[in-house]
Design a binder for this molecule. Structure first.
Ligand code: SF4
Length: 264
């Protein structure tokens, strides 16, 4: 069976494989894939000189299994992160889950949450679901994602369902100056408490400017304000940004292979 997996990188400091899916059911204005086809850490820390947009080729399930078994054997595998793109929009997602089920690694699913209810029964309960909410305001959610305003209700319902189904849920959002501001993020934190619990962790990502979107990168002060406001409601709030997190160890390209990197 063909998957939508087109890219895999490996972070040696915590033995994590990032598995990226091509395509998404949202069309976010600030999606990082509008700027980077490949894992953007490779541009800073690794080497994408041998790769072009035309190198995007999806794997079959069997090829995916073989690659992951190879990574596990040769490098060790503690964690697998599924992202992209939207993993749950892949018709082969059930199969991907089955492959990972036999790897006994921690699995983190990065998702926009819209299709999540269809997969909760087939995912092992030890999966972590990192659910991204672009804006808690339906109007802004719709402008940013190009989805209907009512789709935000589905995302929030699925977030609640995942939590009630006893998955570890992490809520992620993105600080965009002039669009999703610290006060908007505080409102999201309040909603997370009312829908789930004050113990649910929240990650605030720094917006990375992409072509054709008008916004700038937030400052560290703005990120810290969003964190401080959210901490009035939630116990654990993490800022994920270029100011606060420096790359550790090496980022290796696993798939597709670059001519300029050693073979796997
Ligand atoms: S949901 Fe994520 S992957 Fe999909 S378009 Fe939005 S930012 Fe990109």
């Amino acid at each position: 069976m063909i998957t939508r997996i087109y890219h895999i990188t490996y972070y040696d400091h915590d033995k994590t494989a990032y598995v990226q899916f091509v395509g998404c059911n949202f069309k976010c204005l600030g999606c990082i894939r509008r700027r980077f086809t490949w894992d953007h850490h490779l541009y800073e820390d690794g080497d994408v000189r041998g790769l072009a947009r035309s190198d995007v080729k999806v794997l079959t399930l069997e090829e995916f299994r073989e690659i992951m078994e190879g990574v596990k054997e040769e490098m060790g595998l503690r964690r697998v992160v599924l992202g992209g793109g939207e993993p749950t929009a892949d018709p082969a997602f059930y199969g991907v889950v089955r492959v990972l089920n036999n790897m006994s690694s921690e699995v983190v699913l990065l998702t926009n949450g819209l299709l999540l209810d269809k997969f909760l029964n087939s995912m092992p309960k030890d999966f972590t679901i990192e659910l991204s909410i672009k804006s808690i305001h339906p109007e802004k959610f719709s402008i940013y994602t190009k989805r209907r305003k009512s789709d935000l209700d589905i995302v929030l319902k699925n977030m609640k369902l995942a939590f009630q189904s006893r998955f570890k849920v992490v809520v992620e959002t993105i600080l965009i100056p002039g669009f999703n501001e610290p006060q908007d993020i505080e409102l999201l934190a309040q909603r997370v408490v009312s829908y789930l619990s004050e113990d649910v962790p929240m990650i605030i990502d720094e917006y990375v400017p992409v072509p054709s979107a008008p916004w700038r990168r937030p400052t560290l002060e703005e990120l810290l304000e969003a964190k401080e406001r959210s901490e009035k409601h939630l116990r654990k709030v993490i800022v994920r940004s270029s100011y606060t997190m420096k790359p550790l160890g090496k980022v290796c390209l696993v798939y597709p292979k670059s001519q300029s990197l050693r073979a796997w």
